[in-house]
Design a protein. Structure first.
Length: 360
């Protein structure tokens, strides 16, 4: 038996419970978690913004060590340090065939199948986003496990599983930031901090960070922002004033709200690029006039998992970490136990902190 944070129903509080994990079957791996990041997507799963069968064990940003492997698994042995991949590509669908594994049509299949049981009562449990990282151990498909490159600390490596791949990819793949360009980042949570570091690595010139909380200024500046702005109705005007009157070459929205998406768009220069990373609700509608779409000539794009291929990008990120260009520990604002995850959810809702990390 292992301890886990269990979501019994949508909008129900998480409860710590003992669960029974099966031994890994063919093509599966059992992993003992070292740490798991508390991501806004977990909050979205718990409140129904994102669909997830329940009861479930949430958590998708994790790292740990291999406990055992099932039949047919190669390249992984007990004791190996690994990072969980919550969106493993199938390699066979239309999108994988296009070379876009982040859009894989089958990446979420594991989340729809029970993977464990409650020790008390025997109810079947579903794995949040297929990984169920809010538990001492989990069982996942071997395709959902990535070997951790040398030189990366195991605990902080959990952030590579979502926040860093997403933030780095948003800058380098989706927005394709070029040296000297100006970048404005809306939202200084875990992903936003990764975006700021990635913009600095990309050689961006002016890097503006925008958040509703003045308390995040120090975090933002340490991550690479050249200036911090408190969000307000006039934010686009202030961004233009700091970018030669034109607006930022690139705006990256990490909140997932119609008003911040609109603000990011309005803060982008004519011909610039607006990338939306945040996950919003389907009823939260963003409006544009037909004339402004023509006049401004901006590009608006969504961004799934940073448009990243984890197998390709993880070694690149490890190189930046070893060289001191990417600091994972600077993104962690709180190290907590399983029991404190609800409080971390509340902090996210209130706009406080960067990334809370569950340390086992």
């Amino acid at each position: 038996m292992v301890r886990a944070a269990v979501l019994s129903a949508v909008n129900a509080p998480l409860a710590i419970a003992d669960i029974e994990l099966p031994e890994p079957g063919p093509g599966q791996v059992r992993v003992r978690l070292a740490a798991a990041g508390v991501c806004h997507s977990d909050l979205s799963l718990s409140n129904g913004t994102l669909r997830q069968p329940v009861p479930a064990v949430l958590g998708h940003e994790g790292a740990g060590t291999v406990v055992s492997v099932g039949e047919g698994v190669t390249g992984l042995t007990p004791g190996d340090p690994v990072v969980l991949n919550w969106a493993p590509p199938c390699g066979a669908c239309h999108y994988c065939g296009l070379g876009e594994p982040w859009l894989c049509a089958n990446a979420g299949a594991a989340a729809a199948a029970p993977y464990a049981k409650l020790a008390s009562g025997g109810d079947e449990l579903y794995p949040g986003l297929g990984t169920a990282a809010f538990a001492e151990e989990t069982v996942v498909a071997a395709s959902a496990v990535l070997p951790l490159p040398d030189g990366v600390p195991l605990t902080e490596a959990a952030l590579l599983g979502c926040a860093v791949l997403t933030g780095y990819g948003a800058v380098h793949h989706s927005a394709a930031v070029r040296p000297g360009e100006s970048v404005v980042v809306f939202g200084v949570g875990g992903v936003g901090l990764a975006v700021l570091q990635a913009a600095r690595i990309a050689g961006a010139g002016t890097i503006l960070a925008v958040d509703v909380s003045p308390a995040k200024e120090e975090l933002a500046l340490a991550a690479g922002a050249t200036e911090f702005l408190v969000a307000g109705d006039d934010i686009a005007k202030r961004v233009r004033a700091l970018t030669g009157g034109h607006g930022a070459d690139v705006a990256i929205e990490c909140v997932g709200r119609a008003d911040t998406i609109r603000a990011a768009w309005s803060s982008t220069r004519r011909g610039g690029r607006t990338t939306v990373v945040g996950i919003g609700g389907k009823g939260d509608v963003v409006s544009f006039s037909a004339l402004e779409l023509f006049h401004f000539g901006r590009t608006l794009s969504g961004c799934v998992y940073g448009n990243s291929d984890p197998a390709r990008d993880l070694p690149v990120l490890a190189g930046h970490i070893r060289a001191g260009r990417l600091d994972l520990s600077a993104m962690v604002t709180e190290r907590i136990a399983l029991e404190a995850i609800p409080a971390a959810f509340d902090a996210m809702l209130a706009g406080r902190g960067g990334r809370a990390l569950v340390v086992f």
